[in-house]
Ligand binder design. Structure first.
Ligand code: PEP
Ligand code: MG
Length: 734
């Protein structure tokens, strides 16, 4: 097969050899076109006229079924299978027994290899194994250009090599140019077939034993593994000791593969199978399994302890989705951008990317199928696009845009010490959202006047275990130290919903966003909340302390929560411990119910902050984390803006300070609308402060107010375009 000659002749020879060695009357090779169609590329036994003529749509016929399932199909009577699609041109009528296996490469099914026999029979386990190994070798040859020169077969999607542009959604603004680093790395084994399978089996067994030992050690707490949580380790341990997994690997090695190739084969199968799973839980498990495979490969290469996340300069991280801890495991100095296949702007990957100011585009369909490790990549988070293997002219145009952007940044930096007044003299306070110690470094740099939302749960989410009293106190102290005279609003733990702690037992809920989360958890299990309040009080000793509660849905909840704070202050006093010089207790307005009960709530609070991310999710009944619905409704629409206006008016009437701390406060156009509604305190991701300040400085608040009020009357849907036109008419820098 490695010999020269025309491509078709070599393919024909390949299927002939396979048919002969499998004692099959038919052997056919189908390869996948870019369209997804499976085309018959070579056959021994079927009609030669069908070659390059017979095509099956994705999911069509038994061959399509194999692609869908990502695993072999072994049938004694193929025509009686419901998925069977009859193609007269092939002349396959007389054949009953059918065995088809996918050609897997890096989790992708690039084709299907089929053998058929006349007599009705089920192929034996060994035959299935053999054909899978042949398919694996064939897949490597096809992909590696050994059998077919790369590109010689036009449109066959093997290893992507052409420039491509994918459209997604902006999660964190910015531009980046760099090289692809796959979060879930496929490692192509160098050698597929082993010379001595007994020695290979020993090597595999040693590596598995080392891996098991390493994981057991990690679980005993002897080695800290950054960011890995207990539950993940538990899953690793389960998989590492899983007999089925071990057996599949051993069988693959016994049938002649190298240990590395065996890992790859078993991994490919799992990927293809689990990758289809709709259940997010199952897909998460796939993620665990990927990591475990990588670890095993490192053990096989004798490099078991190597850190998982060494990055090249200007790395663009490619992943299906990322948790907050995942991003933090990478070297931030080298991480230039992030591309995700899934996620939503309000998901944690989005929030953390914005906090760290790393450009991030998400919801790029088919991303991981189209990219290879080390490919040059452009992250255009201004337009929400990704360019894979961009052409030179695209790179050069993009580089100029990066330069312009750097220049604009320099302009924002110059505005750093300019106070944010509108043209007609209204002072607007611009604050920063934070949640991790790393955010604090940029507080001074942004020119924000303080921290309007400190998401305390982030410390809990990125930790190995529940942060204890001292760890909490230390972080809060640090935040207050860095902020100095600037105000900091600490939001108490907002857990549950999409914010799950891996080390805390959580019951699965049907509707986590509507479930036992945030203040509800805090009030039902007050021990955790009280410990946190105690840590906040201890950290603030002699300084002002601002605390607010998330997702308050009833006045009663706020009353109870506030009483807990008073109780903790009294507790500290009784023990002669230092207490804050001044205490402000506030509520987040995130539950629509509260909007209609502000008359009772506001007199009890010292301040409130509108969490528009959640408020919009509940107002529009659209899960902020679900890509299908997250961006379906526009906060720049009459219902949303009227609710915000009602809050602003009620707060103005009662003299309660109010801020907006959802993501919309950090986008110039949305911030323009908020200012028009009368808000004068906005808290946002650090990267928003410069652009929003520029907007404020160019804005006439009274004109904005009149304009936006006019737009809302009678509007039937989103008024985004109208607000934008208004802003441009008023020469506001959006
Ligand atoms: C919000 O809901 O708008 C908010 C600021 O809180 P979080 O995004 O952390 O839920
Ligand atoms: Mg919220």
């Amino acid at each position: 097969m490695a010999g020269g000659g025309p491509v078709q002749a070599r393919l024909d020879m390949a299927v002939r050899i396979i048919a002969g060695s499998m004692v099959a009357e038919v052997c056919s090779l189908y390869l996948r076109r870019a369209s997804g169609d499976l085309e018959l590329f070579a056959t021994e036994g079927l009609s030669p006229e069908a070659v390059h003529v017979t095509r099956l749509k994705p999911g069509e016929g038994l061959v399509g079924e194999i692609v869908r399932l990502g695993r072999p199909l072994n049938l004694s009577d193929a025509p009686s299978h419901p998925a069977f699609a009859y193609r007269p041109e092939t002349g396959e009528d007389p054949y009953h027994a059918f065995l088809g296996v996918p050609l897997l490469r890096g989790g992708r099914t690039i084709g299907v290899l089929v053998v058929q026999n006349r007599t009705e029979r089920v192929y034996g386990e060994e035959e299935v194994e053999d054909l899978q190994i042949i398919a694996m070798v064939l897949a490597e040859m096809v992909a590696g250009g050994e059998l077919i020169a790369q590109g010689a077969l036009k449109d066959v999607e093997i290893a992507p090599h052409r420039p491509e542009r994918l459209k997604g959604v902006r999660f964190a603004d910015g531009l980046a140019l760099g090289v692809a680093v796959l979060h879930e790395t496929p490692v192509a084994p160098e050698q597929l077939l082993s010379e001595d399978s007994a020695a290979e089996e020993r090597r595999l067994k040693t590596a598995i034993a080392d891996l098991q030992l390493q994981i057991d050690h990690m679980m005993d707490g002897q080695h800290g593994l950054v960011g890995a949580s207990f539950e993940v380790l538990e899953t690793y341990r389960m998989f590492a000791h899983d007999r089925g997994w071990n057996r599949s690997l051993e069988e693959a090695v016994r049938s002649g593969l190298t240990a590395e190739a065996a890992v790859e084969r078993v991994r490919s199968e799992h990927r293809a199978r689990l990758g289809q799973a709709r259940d997010p839980y199952l897909r998460e498990r796939l993620h665990d399994l990927e990591d475990l495979n990588d670890r095993l490969l490192r053990h096989l290469s004798g490099d078991g302890a190597a850190p998982a996340h060494v990055l090249p300069e200007n790395a663009i991280l490619i992943a299906r989705n990322l948790g907050p801890a995942d991003i933090l495991e990478y070297d931030r100095g080298r991480l230039a951008g992030i591309l995700l296949e899934e996620g939503s702007a309000a998901s944690h990957a989005g929030i953390v990317a914005r906090a760290l100011d790393i450009p991030c585009v998400g919801r790029l369909q088919g991303l991981r199928d189209r990219i290879n490790q080390g490919d040059p990549v452009i992250v255009d988070a201004e337009t929400g696009e990704a360019y894979l293997r961009p052409r030179a002219d695209v790179v050069s145009a993009f580089s100029s845009r990066m330069a312009v952007r750097a220049q604009r940044r320099a302009e924002f930096a110059k505005l750093r010490d300019t106070p944010a007044f509108t043209r007609d003299g209204a002072k607007i306070s611009l604050l920063m959202n934070a949640g991790l110690a790393v955010d604090l470094d940029i507080l001074q740099e942004t020119g924000a006047e303080g921290i309007g939302l400190f998401r305390t749960e982030f410390q809990f989410m990125v930790a190995e275990e529940l942060p204890r009293f001292n760890a909490q106190t230390q972080l809060y102290q640090r935040v207050l130290d860095v902020a100095g005279d600037m105000p900091v609003i600490f939001r108490t733990l907002d857990l549950g919903g999409d914010k799950i702690l891996p080390y805390l037992e959580a019951e699965r809920e049907d509707n986590p966003a509507l479930g036992w989360r945030a203040i509800r958890m805090g009030l039902d299990r007050p021990a955790l909340l009280r410990l946190q309040l105690r840590a906040l009080i201890a950290a603030a000793r002699g300084r002002e302390l601002r605390v607010m509660f998330p997702l308050v849905a009833s006045v009663e909840e706020f009353r109870t929560a506030r009483a807990l704070v008073d109780h903790e202050i009294a507790w500290a006093r009784k023990r002669g411990r230092p207490t804050p010089s001044l205490l402000h207790v506030g509520a987040m307005i995130e539950a629509p119910a509260l909007v209609w009960h502000l008359d009772a709530l506001l007199p009890m609070t010292d301040f409130v902050s509108v969490g528009t991310n959640d408020l919009m999710q509940y107002m529009f009944a659209a899960d902020r984390g679900n890509p299908r619905v997250a961006d379906r409704y526009d906060p720049l629409s009459p219902p949303a803006l009227r609710a915000l206006q009602a809050i602003q008016l009620a707060c103005a009437d009662s003299g309660t300070p109010v801020s907006v701390c959802g993501e919309m406060a950090g986008r110039p156009l949305e911030a323009f609308a908020l200012i028009a509604l009368g808000f004068d305190r906005l808290s946002m991701p650090p990267s928003g402060v410069g652009p929003v300040k520029q907007m404020v400085l160019s804005c006439d608040r009274e004109a904005a107010r009149r304009g936006v009020a006019g737009l809302l009357k009678g509007a039937s849907g989103s008024v985004r375009n109208e607000v934008e036109t208004l802003a441009r008419k008023l020469s506001v820098a959006i």
